[in-house]
Design a protein around this ligand. Structure first.
Ligand SMILES: [Zn+2]
Length: 437
């Protein structure tokens, strides 16, 4: 019996040990599985964490880019707040309205001014402001004043009015979708006019085409190609077709010797430039002179053609500068300086840094002065002939002096000129003599 009991105990012990061992093994296995799972989870967490770090880094970069973009806007906002604060009591607006009341009809400029002042004083939704901008737009569409058109359109846009805004009127921050950001959520029909204006921008020659502006003004437009190109100028400007001493010329021999002496006395003065849709023109303050055999001609303006309008033995140069002068009797004289591709021209560098790329009113950059003499060569040997204005109305009686010595212009400077081609073709000589000194 004792033995039997012992055997039973032994058997139980064995079973117990086995069970213990199995449980242990089982627990071990579970633990190992858990470790593997934890390891995988940890690896995944690492990966996710790295992805998050990358995302944070990207967000930080974006933030810093945004901050850089915001800086000028913040400045503009501060300025605007200051101006609004100064006008808040409405006295300035009241003064101006009283002053204008005596006049029957206000100019587009004054309407725009009133609109702006009302908006600053009374807020964007002020009906009087909207009314003033509308009046300005109506008036300016009759004329050719893009700055007023832009001011009025942007004023109406700010007031949440439905308005077509020309692409060139929009500040950089509002392009291109900004045109439809009317406050009241109205869809301004800007797409079409924006595209159109954008195309015109790429093709300098198209600037003067009717339909370029909201105004659709139909006046005597002309251009350097297409329907209103040089071959058709005569339709509206008869002298262009019928004149017998038209310019430019293809300059080639035989030449007639002249003893005429030409000198310049150009002065430094404040820079004033205009993109008139046909060229870049620098308007020169009084005091710069050209002397032809001692007779003084006042320099009025100078402008550029690309390529040169004049040809030398059939070949044009990269560009030409025409310095336009007038004497006391009203006679015009043009001094032509041919630009040849070569080194950068420092004078042109200054001009190009300030030139308006789009057609518009004259600009006068702050504190920039310019001496037209910087664009002249040292040598003053010339070809000379009687010619005409090389743009409509092609008026004759203009004396031309084309300098033989060329001046350098860099290829990049030629390309940066906003008109791809603004040169009238050479005209018939019709028995005229070309002189040389
Ligand atoms: Zn010219």
């Amino acid at each position: 019996m004792k033995r039997t009991i012992f055997e039973v105990i032994l058997a139980l012990a064995l079973v117990g040990a086995g069970a213990f061992g199995w449980t242990n093994w089982k627990q071990n296995q579970t633990a190992s599985k858990q470790v593997t799972e934890l390891k995988t989870a940890s690896e995944e967490a690492d990966k996710a964490s790295k992805e998050k770090t990358d995302a944070i880094k990207a967000a930080e970069e974006e933030m810093s880019a945004l901050r850089a973009e915001m800086a000028p806007l913040e400045k503009a906002a501060r300025e605007l707040t200051a101006v609004k604060g100064a006008l808040a009591n409405g006295a300035t607006l009241a003064d101006l309205e009283t002053a204008y009341k005596s006049q029957k009809k206000l100019s587009a400029e004054r309407h725009v001014g009133l609109g702006a002042l009302r908006m600053l004083t009374k807020g964007a939704e002020d009906a009087g402001s909207v009314d003033a901008f509308r009046k300005a737009l109506d008036l300016s569409e009759l004329g050719d004043r893009k700055n007023i058109v832009c001011a009025a359109q942007l004023g109406l846009l700010a007031a949440g009015e439905q308005v077509t805004v020309l692409a060139e009127c929009l500040p950089q921050s509002l392009k291109p979708e900004g045109a439809t950001q009317g406050k009241s959520g109205k869809d301004a029909p800007t797409e079409k006019s924006s595209e159109k204006a954008g195309q015109a921008k790429d093709n300098g020659d198209d600037h003067s085409k009717p339909g370029d502006k909201t105004g659709e003004k139909k006046t005597a437009h002309w251009s350097y190609d297409g329907e209103m190109g040089p071959e058709r100028w005569g339709k509206e400007f008869p002298t262009c077709a019928k004149g017998k001493s038209q310019a430019p010329l293809d300059i080639r021999g035989p030449f007639v010797k002249t003893r005429s002496v030409v000198t310049t006395d150009y002065k430094e003065g404040p820079l004033k430039m205009v993109n008139n849709g046909h060229t870049i023109q620098v308007n020169v303050p009084a005091g710069s002179k050209l002397r032809i055999d001692g007779v003084a001609y006042e320099l009025l303006q100078f402008h550029f053609h690309r390529p040169s309008e004049e040809k030398l033995d059939g070949k044009p140069m990269a560009m030409v500068i025409h310095f336009v002068h007038k004497n006391a009797e009203g006679k015009l004289a043009v001094l032509g300086v041919l630009l040849k591709e070569g080194n950068e021209n420092p004078g042109i560098k200054t001009l190009w840094a300030n030139m308006p790329l789009e057609e518009g009113p004259e600009i006068a950059p702050d504190a920039v002065t310019f001496n037209p003499g910087n664009l002249l060569p040292r040598e003053f040997d010339f070809f000379s002939y009687e010619g005409s204005l090389t743009t409509p109305p092609c008026t004759e009686g203009v004396r031309f002096f084309i300098l033989k010595t060329t001046v350098n212009v860099a290829k990049e400077q030629v390309t940066a000129f906003p008109f791809k081609r603004n040169a009238r073709p050479v005209q018939a000589l019709n028995g005229r003599e070309i002189f040389t000194n």
